[in-house]
Design a binder for this molecule. Structure first.
Ligand code: GA4
Length: 329
């Protein structure tokens, strides 16, 4: 057993470093400019619940602008960042994830972004006059994520041969949507040097929402679980976006799409910064398999529930729990 003599690290579990062969070499890549993407997207959602998109049309200048703002935020003195915390569940948080005892080697800013303007937020940093460049970069970024999410959900609907292209995308439209944005900073952990292991940055979990869009700097760390349970590392790509199918989309497709289990391993040497957009429906939205998808005689695998019911249950769970378990029929 590896023992790292540091009380801060006591509660955070170690993860064995991947062998070179454990890198996901053929990560499903969806070229949004290609006409074959509806089929490819559906295949990736069924097999992995995960893929990356290229030619997405989101300006790299915008991505870099927001990333630079995030780096500035995390570089502020601890006492300044603490003014926006502790996260409950929104705001600045460090090491504690959620409210049920999960910990990881990271600090983060978790924001509910459906309610604008951001300067009216309850989070001190977002209200601050000096954060206007952060707010405008955030606003622009969120606007492009909404567009991208819509484009992808329409491609999924095409690939699933749904008559109405907006069957899925309309679930994420309007002010009532439950949209969350997360900035994560995984600082390097020099104590790990020389050990063949990494520290849990963000422990294994599935995302509760419909879909998530992740972008990270050029630092590896993201791992996904394949359907046989094997963990593989995802090579970083700062120009692409990585997409996760969430629990709600697994239910909407009656289990055809797979909500992907993923985790982040912190790096010994390099800082990792990621920005994640989570698309959730309005709280009152009923989450149930789409009738248009069901084949003759096919039964729903899940009990009927609303997004609000699922979210409430999710916030009572531990990160690694199988949250859909209690909703299975
Ligand atoms: C996982 C996906 C998103 O990051 C998140 C997380 C949320 C939180 O950090 O507050 C949760 C986690 C996530 C699922 C179970 C609960 C809630 C932490 C936790 C232990 C913002 C989300 O929506 O669900």
């Amino acid at each position: 057993m590896v023992v790292l003599a540091n009380p801060v690290l006591d509660q955070i579990s170690l993860i064995k470093s991947p062998d070179p062969g454990d890198y996901l070499s053929s990560i499903p890549t969806i070229d949004l400019s290609s006409s074959s993407s509806p089929d490819a997207i559906v295949r990736a959602c069924k097999e992995f619940g995960f893929f990356k998109v290229t030619n997405h049309g989101v300006s790299m200048d915008l991505v870099e602008k927001l990333e630079a703002e995030a780096v500035k935020f995390f570089a502020m003195p601890q006492s300044e960042k603490d003014k926006s915390g502790p996260s409950n569940p929104f705001g600045y948080g460090s090491k504690k994830i959620g409210m049920n005892g999960d910990v990881g080697w990271l600090e983060y800013l978790l924001l509910a972004t459906s309610a604008e303007p951001f300067c009216e937020s309850s989070i001190a940093f977002l209200r601050d006059r000096s954060s206007s460049s952060f707010r405008s970069a955030l606003y622009e970024y969120i606007t492009s994520m909404r567009k991208l999410v819509c484009q992808m959900l329409e491609l999924m609907a095409d690939g699933l041969q749904l008559k109405q292209r907006d069957t899925l995308s309309k679930l994420l439209q309007g002010n009532e949507c439950d949209e969350i944005f997360r900035l994560n900073h995984y600082p390097p952990c020099p104590l790990l040097q020389g050990f063949n292991c990494g520290l849990t940055g963000f422990g294994e979990h599935t995302d509760p929402q419909i879909i998530s869009i992740l972008r990270s700097n050029n630092t590896s760390g993201l791992q996904i679980a394949l359907s046989d349970g094997r963990w593989v590392s995802v090579p970083s790509d700062r120009e692409a976006f990585f997409i996760n199918v969430g629990d709600a989309l697994q239910v909407l497709t009656n289990g055809r799409f797979r909500s992907v289990k993923h985790r982040v391993v912190a790096n010994g040497l390099k800082s990792r910064v990621s920005m994640i957009y989570f698309g959730g429906p309005p709280l009152a939205q009923r989450i149930a398999p789409l009738p248009q998808l069901m084949e003759e005689g096919e039964q729903s695998l899940y009990k009927d529930f609303t997004w609000e019911e699922y979210k409430r249950a999710a916030y009572k769970s531990r990160l690694a729990d199988y949250r859909l378990g209690p909703f299975h029929l």
